[in-house]
Design a protein around this ligand. Structure first.
Ligand SMILES: Nc1ncnc2c1ncn2[C@@H]1O[C@H](COP(=O)(O)OP(=O)(O)OP(=O)(O)O)[C@@H](O)[C@H]1O
Ligand SMILES: [Mg+2]
Length: 574
């Protein structure tokens, strides 16, 4: 019985112990499950945060115009998600390795790219940056700015992973190039204006004196035989001198034309702008270039429905004339049936008009292309090209807020593309010039000439001295003193730029003393290049004579000014 009671107690004891044990295990398991759930929840939260972060990163990458890349240098694998889309290739062309990537970088830029990246990879620097050209799906090259940063290195310090970006800088580079050209043009323009002025002053009396000498010598050899003197040798000498003078005159006239072009180039932006219809400008330019084109190419003109452009008619004709002459000169003579110069005018985006001049000529070599807009750059033989045509075009077009660009392939031809802002209003009808005043009988007039250049004064004295009485002075103050003292003149011809007292100041002073003479003042200028003189010249446009001017033009201008106003020395009307 005792044993039975002891067994019962033992059993109860064991049962309690097992119960405790089980409870403990259960509690342990519950605890484990709870912490497992907590871990799972944390894991899920961490995963969700990771996805969110991944999404944010992807969206950020997709939102920028940058290509983000990640290069594992150990495996040589590259990850760059937007590559194909950026460069315009199908997705499967995306390079996966460094070697594949290299075939998309311009061969000339590859050594630089490689050198910069190697420096960073070897540990000389943490990051690198290099501009390079990258191939696009259309076969063109676009300029990229590539930046990379080493994010992992092995124990030896060699980079194992580089992450970076690439930015399209093509437009920025293009803009910069345009700005550089514009800047260069501006400084050459200033220089050109000064040089033109300096050349025009002496050229004025070179041309004037040549014309005078020719005019005086020609009658000597043209006289009938009987009226000539006895000296046959002298006549021969005069003939020889005449021939030499004519050649010198031709040379001086060529210099004058070049200086005129230089001045055009330096002054491109100064004219008033009005709405100019494109078709008449192109017709006019084609008519002027007709002789150059006729034996070399056919002309095809396609003018779409384009609005007028804002500009200056004669300057725009000049632009297209220069482009047409260049196009013609790029084609050898004799095969007009096989060559074509095509002129196309069409609307282009944002209220602009584009005119293209295509030719099937020799094309422009890549090394020349950078320089064709530079003044005096020419590939033509001496005497055939001055190299100013395109720089004048560039000056005029950019001054009008437009652009000029070129595409060319050697052996196939060139296309010059001019884009100009369209004018808002239709072209206003040009005012008709006033009919010339009735001719008056000419008589000897008293002309006051003021120019600080004594040789110019002498030339004017010679040119006008046959018809008029000329008083030529080199000091404007002396001229003013004489007019103030009551000396009367029928006309005044004064230089604009003179030391101490300029032609403008002289004119203004004379207007107080003798307003009639101020009205009958002609201004001679070798080039107006200060804002003040430019404005003055614009205000007195009809009375400004551009140096150098021939004796004939000088006499015409003086006659014009004498005819326009009543003569100071005319007897008073009865
Ligand atoms: N349509 C074209 N085809 C081929 N080459 C061209 C064309 N237009 C210009 N060029 C090149 O550009 C150079 C510069 O042209 P630009 O009109 O400024 O001067 P030019 O024609 O040589 O002389 P200029 O116009 O002063 O008589 C030319 O000498 C020529 O080499
Ligand atoms: Mg030319």
């Amino acid at each position: 019985m005792t044993g039975g009671a002891g067994d019962g107690a033992m059993f109860a004891y064991v049962a309690v112990a097992v119960a405790f044990l089980l409870a403990g295990v259960a509690a342990g398991v519950a605890l484990m499950l709870r912490s497992q759930r907590r871990r799972d929840r944390r894991f899920r939260e961490a995963q969700a945060a990771l996805h969110a972060s991944e999404d944010r990163l992807r969206w950020a990458v997709e939102a920028t115009s940058e290509i983000v890349w990640d290069w594992d240098l150990v495996q040589d694998t590259i990850y760059h998600p937007c590559w194909a889309q950026t460069y315009g290739f199908p997705e499967e062309r995306t390079p996966r390795t460094g070697k594949e990537l290299a075939s998309f970088i311009h061969p000339e830029d590859m050594p630089r790219f490689h050198a910069e990246m190697s420096k960073a990879a070897a540990g000389a620097q943490e990051s690198f940056e290099v501009e390079h050209r990258a191939l696009t799906g259309s076969g063109d090259w676009m300029w990229m700015n590539g930046r990379g940063r080493v994010v992992a290195r092995d124990v030896g310090g060699k980079a194992t992973r580089i992450v970076g970006t690439c930015t399209d800088v093509t437009e920025r580079k293009r803009m910069l190039a345009r700005l550089q050209i514009a800047d260069r043009m501006a400084s050459i323009g200033t220089l050109a204006a000064g040089v033109a002025h300096e050349i025009n002053n002496p050229l004025a009396y070179v041309i004037g004196n040549l014309a005078y000498s020719l005019q005086r010598l020609e009658p000597l050899v043209a006289r009938p035989e009987g009226q000539r003197g006895t000296g046959g040798d002298a006549t021969e000498t005069v003939r020889a001198c005449l021939a030499a003078l004519r050649e010198a005159e031709a040379g001086a006239e060529r210099v004058r034309d070049i200086v005129r072009d230089v001045k055009l180039f330096s002054r491109a932006g100064e004219e008033a702008r009005t709405p100019v219809p494109v078709a008449p400008v192109l017709h006019a330019a084609l008519a002027l270039a007709g002789n150059e084109i006729r034996h070399r190419a056919r002309v095809a003109l396609e003018v779409g429905d384009v609005p007028p452009v804002l500009g200056n008619e004669s300057r725009l004709s000049q632009v297209f004339l220069n482009l047409l002459v260049n196009a013609a000169q790029s084609i050898p003579e004799g095969h007009a049936d096989r060559n074509v110069i095509r002129v196309v005018a069409r609307r282009s985006g944002d209220g602009a008009v584009t005119v293209e001049v295509h030719d099937t000529g020799c094309g422009i070599a890549p090394e020349s292309r950078k320089r064709i807009f530079d003044p005096f750059f020419t590939t033509k033989a001496a005497g055939f090209g001055t190299g100013l045509g395109l720089s004048i075009c560039h000056g005029i077009v950019t001054a009008l807020g437009g652009e000029i660009e070129v595409e060319s392939e050697v052996g196939k031809g060139s296309t010059f593309r001019v884009t100009l802002p369209a004018a808002a209003a239709p072209a206003a009808e040009a005012p008709r010039p006033a009919p010339p005043p009735p001719q008056r009988a000419r008589r000897r007039a008293r002309i006051l000439v003021v120019d600080d250049e004594p040789l110019f004064c002498r030339m004017v004295e010679r040119a006008l001295g046959g018809e008029h009485d000329v008083v030529a002075l080199t000091d404007a103050r002396e001229a003013l003193r004489r007019v103030r003292a009551g000396e009367r003149y029928d006309a005044l011809l004064t230089d604009l730029a003179m030391p101490v007292l300029s032609g403008m100041a002289l004119h203004d002073e004379i207007a107080r003393v003798d307003p009639g003479l101020a009205e009958r003042t002609l201004f001679a200028t070798g080039g107006a290049f200060t804002p003040l003189t430019t404005e003055f010249v614009a205000r007195h446009a009809g009375r400004v004579l551009e140096k150098p001017l021939g004796a004939g033009a000088l006499r015409e201008a003086v006659a014009g000014v004498l005819e326009r106003a009543p003569l100071a020395l005319d007897p008073p009307a009865a």
